[in-house]
Design a binder for this molecule. Structure first.
Ligand SMILES: C[S@@+](CC[C@H](N)C(=O)[O-])C[C@H]1O[C@@H](n2cnc3c(N)ncnc32)[C@H](O)[C@@H]1O
Length: 375
């Protein structure tokens, strides 16, 4: 039987601006990325063939959106925001009987492919593919329905709040419909050693090119957000809370803060926080939960304590979760601050800063380990 456990990560290299940068990685061809970290990619313009395919293969996501589009599009003028290379929701809208579909995509190669795909599907008369950023899109008529899947591993991390706010203010007719309906980010304290081996912290080697591409897009290396597919119930030592409620039927979601208290439910050590997504595509459809279900949205790990802070059931984690637009005006910067209050031990304060691109590099133990100074 083949082992699903990864080899011990080795120090390999990626190129940043032509210079080699050391990075710890190993390869696990067959374990669904459960034991090694992968970068959170959706908030950067690094989508490639494989990334689009990974999303299309997500049956939970695809089936939910297919149903939502079939209900919302007939007879309507639709805007598909971030149509991707396959123009998937634009074509579904046209098939469902949309009167007109505008499909906007900011990545030029993806927009070009989308245009070809639309023509091949025989919908060039109904679907107009526009290359560019929705924030600078002008349309000849108000739209009835906006359809988008620009929801991040942290709900708002791909800029859905700012982008859909702009669409509602400028492009959607009054009373028009936004799909998805709303998203929520979920959060729990995790004991990393319940699901990964301390000696095997590293990136998944097969996906290292995304780290390279993200650093290339931002123009420098930084402490990129990381995902780990095994950060689910088995890793949690606290209950799950909900933060960052984003209502896509409304406006003014771009900044906010939430205070939450998470009660510790298991004995263990807190190494950080897991962040997940609950997405309500339409209120009639089942909520997609990236922690309870295996989807293309992977759980995010916010590292806090490399040694782990011992906790017992009944201890409390007080936290403040906040988000605000980064300097690009679209993608949020996140911050979590808080304190672990324990029955046996002094309170321990923590802080996680995760700016979208204006971020430090090797700011804590976790990132210094992932990105060693030398080979
Ligand atoms: C998560 S992918 C979804 C692709 C496709 N709609 C699907 O659901 O399979 C998000 C896509 O939206 C694009 N995108 C994100 N924000 C955008 C914006 N504000 N304007 C245009 N394209 C955007 C990205 O480049 C990417 O291709």
């Amino acid at each position: 039987m083949r082992s699903t456990r990864p080899a011990v990560p080795q120090i390999s290299r990626i190129l940043v601006d032509g210079e080699p940068l050391p990075v710890r990685s190993a390869s696990t061809a067959d374990d669904g990325f459960r034991h090694l970290f992968i970068p959170s990619t959706g908030e950067y313009p690094v989508y490639d063939e494989a990334a689009y395919q990974f999303m299309l293969n997500d049956r939970v996501r695809s089936q939910t959106y297919e149903r939502a589009v079939a209900a919302a599009a007939p007879g309507q003028t639709v805007l598909d925001i971030g149509t991707g290379q396959d123009a998937v929701w634009a074509i579904h809208s046209a098939r469902a009987g949309a009167r007109k579909v505008y499909a906007v995509e900011r990545i030029p190669e993806a927009a070009e492919k989308a245009r070809r795909t639309v023509a091949e599907a025989g919908f060039a008369d109904v679907i107009e593919v526009v290359e560019g950023e929705s924030m600078s899109l002008e349309l000849p008529e108000p739209i009835d329905v906006s359809i988008s899947e620009i929801i991040g591993t942290i709900g708002g991390s791909e800029g859905a709040a700012a982008v859909l706010d702009d669409v509602r203010r400028r492009l959607l007719r009054p009373g028009g419909l936004a799909v998805p309906h709303h998203s929520v980010t979920t959060i729990a304290a995790v004991d990393l050693w319940r699901v990964v081996d301390v000696a095997k912290i590293g990136f998944e080697a097969q996906l290292l090119h995304y780290v390279e591409n993200i650093f290339g897009a931002v123009g420098k290396p930084f402490d990129v957000r990381v995902c780990l597919n095994s950060l689910r119930e088995a890793a949690a030592v606290s209950e799950w809370g909900e933060v960052e409620y984003l209502d896509y039927q409304g406006v003014d979601n771009e900044r906010g803060s939430d205070h939450r208290t998470l009660t510790v439910t298991r004995e263990g050590a807190v190494h950080g926080l897991a962040l997940g997504l609950r997405l309500t595509v339409t209120p009639q459809l089942q909520v997609i939960d990236s922690i309870a279900q295996y989807t293309s949205w992977l759980p995010v790990f916010a590292p806090l304590f490399s040694e782990g802070v011992p906790v017992r059931p009944g201890d409390r984690i007080e936290l403040d979760f906040s988000w605000q637009p980064s300097s690009d005006g679209i993608h949020p910067d996140y911050r979590i601050t808080g304190e672990i209050r324990r029955s046996a031990g002094a309170p321990v304060a923590f802080r996680w800063d995760s700016p979208h691109h204006d971020a430090p590099f090797r700011a804590g133990d976790f990132y210094r380990y992932l990105f060693p100074e030398s080979f």
